[in-house]
Structure formats: structure tokens, C-alpha cells
Design a protein around this ligand. Structure first.
Ligand SMILES: *Cc1c(COP(=O)(O)O)cnc(C)c1O
Length: 380
């Protein structure tokens, strides 16, 4: 802590300390209970959390897993996706979405996103399916991503997926808690995955993730896969699996955080509203599609003056971040994979224009005013 009154307090991009102060000793006590009862692997807190998360979003099954990437991987493994299969993914996303497809031996096919929502464009999905077929692949699945906390356009995506016989996985790493036309994230898609990485809207104190599905058989397979393909007992292995369990201590942390999650989502919306109000006339602020809510994992501006915004914020002690500076289809590891004939021009353009501002439920008005002043100084 700076000790001079004149130094402005540094601004956190995501202030996890404020949440710790609010929760008080509750999380620490929950952790200590696990340390004492000793059921560190798949202890009672994991089952309790799975029950509460399923209830929260209206899914039939929830399976706690080690992280959001394993959640995606286990979803593909449970469905038997492999060599010769194509999985359609947006190009403008975090690497994990496409990485898991390549890891199971299938081919990620990149499709473009919508300018307004940053999420998968159903028309480009259609073109991506054609590109996959042209490359001699069998399109089997689509992974939609709810970027920055807003659900993808599931009606349009489900419509294309259904017509082509693809099953749908929702990468809801950034959007757990959001909703789409009356449906809660977690209940949309054949398999839904999320992440509890500390910086996500519902984060734990390390790595964690979860999978949601209404399909009894898929849930049963995923429960087996997350423990080395376990069968009727520990040393009966009926399929090739992984060690992909959610830690009991992380489940205990999440149970406490879940208690205040709804309230935090409302606080995030208030922060987003204030940004919209103060920056809407000088930059392109995020737009929610009709009927959707966001949990605002990020608050992202689109501007062709990005360098100016970042420099002005830096000078004012305001942290910024770029999610994502390069679409996956332009990354070294992913360049060789197919994309639609028309390419993914929106993803490529957004990667040059996006900049994310501090966003968390405890961002107070004076601090937010400082952020807005710094942005306005660059663009106003
Ligand atoms: C964070 C994230 C993941 C991966 O989650 P981890 O828990 O870090 O493995 C996957 N997809 C998206 C879109 C993410 O933002």
C-alpha cells in the first residue's frame, strides 16, 4: 500500500481482494473443514456443489472437473470424437476451445463471429460445415463460446447444427450465470462446460471446472472418464480416461462464493451500465442481443484508436487487457486448419480493435470515473 495520500490507489483489473473482504472468514473456515475431515479427493463438498450448480442453472447433471479445458476435453471424449471428425469452433476465442479438438485427434474448423456480440456467426458456421466437407472431414459437432459473458445466439446455432446433424457443446467458461431468451447457461446445448479459474465470474482459489448435461448416459461416461475410465470400482478400468477431478477444497471455496453469486452478477450489470452510459458516445461499447443477459466476464470496447486508449489508461494507472490479440486461425499452432472460403474477417478485425477495461462486482463509482476519464482523454 502506498503511504502518501497523494498517490492515487492503484486500480485492479479484477479485484479478488474485495470479494475476500466481503466473504470474511467464511471461505477460510470452509477450507479448514476440508483440511480436517480429510476427504481431499471427491469429498462431500464436490457432490454438494454439483447438486447446487445443477439446480442453479436447471441442468439435470453437473460433474465437477479439474478445469475448464478438461471439461471441454471430457465432453469430446464422452462423445467419441476423433480422427476424421471436424468440430466447428469460433476463431475469436481462447486457445482451449480449439486445443481440445486437436488433442482428441479431430480437426478444428474455424468460423467467424458477429461484429456486435463477439460470438459465433450462424451463417459462417454453415460455411464452415461446407469447408469441412470439402476438406474430406466429417462434421460432427459445434462448440459455441459465450465470449466475455454473453451467451452465443443459440437459436440460430442450434438450427444450423440440427439441420446438419451436429451435436452442440457450449463453452460457457466466461458465461456461467447468464441467460438466453429465458434459458439459463448450463441448460443450453447437449454438453455445457465452464471454468472456475480465479478470474472467471465464478472463480475458485486455483483451477476448477464443471460439465452440465441432461443426458444420463453422457453424465455416467464423464464421471468414469474423470477418474481414469473407472468402472465398477477403483481398479476396474472400462475405458481410457484422465485424472480430471475437481478438488474438494476448491468445491468448498465455490460453495461459499455461490451464496453471493447472484448478487455479484447484479453488481457486474450495474458496472456495465455505468460504462455504457459514460463511454457509449465515444466508443463502440458492448451490445447485448435481445433477450440475453451477460455476467460481464469482460467489458470490451471496440475502437480503431486502441493504442491511444491503452497509453492514456496506462498514464492514469488504469490497467487494460486485450482479449484476444490474434484470432486462433492466425496462430502458429492453428493456421493449418480449415476455415470458410470467405475466411474469418470479423475475427481478424476485432483482434486489432478490442480493448477490455477493469471489470468486477466491486468496482466503485469514483474508481470507475477514473477509468472513464482515462478512456475519454484518448477518444473524447
Ligand atoms: C478460461 C477459458 C477456458 C479454459 O478454462 P481453464 O479453467 O483455464 O482451463 C476455455 N474456454 C474459454 C472461452 C475460456 O475463457
Amino acid at each position: 500500500m502506498p503511504d502518501t495520500a497523494k498517490t492515487p490507489a492503484s486500480i485492479d483489473f479484477i479485484d479478488l481482494g474485495a470479494q475476500r473482504r466481503r466473504l470474511g472468514a467464511r471461505v477460510d473456515e470452509a477450507i479448514l473443514r476440508v483440511v480436517d475431515h480429510g476427504k481431499y479427493i471427491l469429498g462431500p463438498e464436490v457432490a454438494e456443489l454439483e447438486r447446487k450448480l445443477a439446480q442453479f442453472c436447471g441442468a439435470k447433471h453437473c460433474i465437477g472437473v479439474a478445469n475448464g479445458t478438461d471439461a471441454l476435453l471430457l465432453g469430446l471424449m464422452a462423445k467419441g470424437v476423433g480422427a476424421g471428425d471436424a468440430v466447428l469452433v469460433p476463431s475469436f476465442t481462447f486457445a482451449a476451445t480449439a486445443e481440445v479438438v486437436a488433442l482428441v485427434g479431430a480437426t478444428p474448423v474455424f468460423v467467424d463471429v458477429q461484429e456486435d456480440s463477439f460470438n459465433m456467426d450462424a451463417a459462417s458456421l454453415e460455411a464452415g460445415i461446407a469447408a469441412a466437407k470439402k476438406a474430406g472431414l466429417k462434421p460432427v459437432s459445434v462448440i459455441a463460446v459465450d465470449l466475455f459473458g454473453q451467451p452465443a445466439d443459440y437459436d440460430a446455432i442450434e438450427n444450423v447444427a440440427r439441420r446438419h446433424g451436429l451435436w452442440l457443446m457450449a463453452d460457457a467458461a466466461q458465461s456461467f450465470g447468464a441467460s438466453y431468451r429465458g434459458r439459463k447457461v448450463g441448460s443450453i446445448g447437449d454438453i455445457v462446460t465452464t471454468s472456475f479459474f480465479p478470474a472467471k465470474p465464478l472463480g475458485c482459489y486455483g483451477d476448477g471446472g464443471a460439465i452440465f448435461t441432461d443426458d444420463d448416459e453422457i453424465a455416467r461416461i464423464i464421471r468414469s472418464l474423470r477418474v481414469h475410465g473407472q468402472g465398477s470400482d477403483k481398479y476396474d478400468n472400462v475405458r481410457i480416461g484422465v485424472n480430471g477431478r475437481l478438488d474438494t477444497i476448491q468445491a468448498a471455496v465455490l460453495l461459499q462464493k455461490l451464496e453471493i453469486f447472484e448478487d455479484e452478477i447484479e453488481a457486474r450489470q450495474r458496472v456495465a451500465d455505468r460504462y455504457n452510459q459514460r463511454l457509449g458516445n465515444i466508443a463502440r461499447v458492448p451490445r447485448l442481443m435481445p433477450g440475453t443477459t451477460s455476467v460481464w466476464a469482460q467489458y470490451t470496447l471496440v475502437t480503431d484508436q486502441r493504442d491511444r486508449v491503452i497509453a492514456s489508461c496506462k498514464a492514469a494507472g488504469v490497467p487494460t487487457a486485450i482479449y484476444y490479440p490474434l484470432p486462433l486461425s492466425q496462430q502458429t499452432a492453428y493456421r493449418r486448419y480449415p476455415q470458410p472460403d470467405a475466411g474469418v474477417p470479423v475475427s481478424e478485425r476485432l483482434a486489432k480493435q478490442v480493448v477490455s477495461l477493469p471489470m468486477h462486482p466491486y468496482l466503485d463509482e469514483p474508481t470507475q470515473a477514473r477509468v472513464c476519464d482515462a478512456v475519454r482523454a484518448a477518444l473524447g
